[in-house]
Design a protein around this ligand. Structure first.
Ligand code: DC
Length: 227
């Protein structure tokens, strides 16, 4: 059986995970959040006290760790050496560390096969930075989802505010700009729009409008109802 794969790439805070999760539920696909896998690796380095610039220690630590995914009722859990760390990887500290360590080849190589294997086994919507360009170059539908930096910072600000966390909009915007720059300018698998990706700017769109646009794009590219 050939699986149907939808790749969604884009910068931090573009709404990829919210939208991919909803679209996956609508289509009956598995949602794979690759950022969570990189985040779990970063958490491991933080726990080990490894600095973001210590390439040698990072490479060595890659060999000690096991990352896997589990799906329960459509919700992805990421396991680090068997421990569900899904709730621990959403801090700003982990975000910064993740962007910094995901430039290293051994970190990326560790996750590439796992991601490809999942997409070969299941119909997936996979989101990240290099899915359409590198992980799944033959994905039937590719989306590049973006929004203005200000809108992305504001969304993040509101999310943190709702959780009752103290935050500063300027700082969030600065962090996002820094992460975007690093993700787009690294040597290995940088974030960029694949030539055959559909560009969606969600700055002035609702979540449902974006989900609809993605489902329509997949239908236009060979996905049929009831697949
Ligand atoms: O999507 P996210 O914000 O959870 O991703 C966190 C970091 O992980 C992001 O700044 C870069 C890295 N990442 C990556 O390099 N490649 C991916 N496919 C997904 C995430």
């Amino acid at each position: 059986m050939t699986t149907y794969n939808i790749a969604i790439d884009g910068p931090a805070g573009a709404g990829k995970s919210t939208i991919a999760r909803k679209a996956a539920a609508e289509l009956g696909f598995i949602y794979v959040d690759t950022g969570a896998m990189y985040r779990a690796m970063a958490l491991y380095f933080i726990r080990k006290g490894i600095g973001r610039d210590d390439e040698k220690a990072i490479e060595e630590a890659c060999g000690d760790m096991d990352i896997s995914l589990r799906h329960q009722d459509g919700v992805q859990q990421v396991l680090l050496n068997g421990e569900d760390v899904s709730g621990l990887i959403r801090t700003e500290e982990v975000s910064r560390m993740t962007s910094a360590v995901s430039v290293y080849g051994p970190v990326r190589a560790k996750l590439l096969e796992l991601q490809r294997e999942l997409a070969g086994r299941e119909n997936v919507i996979m989101d990240g930075r290099d899915i359409g360009t590198c992980v799944l170059p033959r994905a039937q539908t590719k989306i590049y989802l973006t929004a203005s930096t200000r809108v992305r910072a504001l969304r993040r600000f509101r999310e943190l505010e709702e959780k009752g966390q103290m935050c500063n909009l300027e700082e969030i915007e600065h962090d996002i700009t820094e992460r975007d720059y690093r993700d787009m300018h690294r040597d290995i698998a940088p974030l960029k729009q694949a030539d055959d990706a559909v560009l969606i700017d969600s700055s002035d769109m609702t979540i449902d409008q974006v989900v609809g646009a993605i489902v329509d794009a997949a239908m236009a590219r060979g996905l049929s109802d009831g697949r």
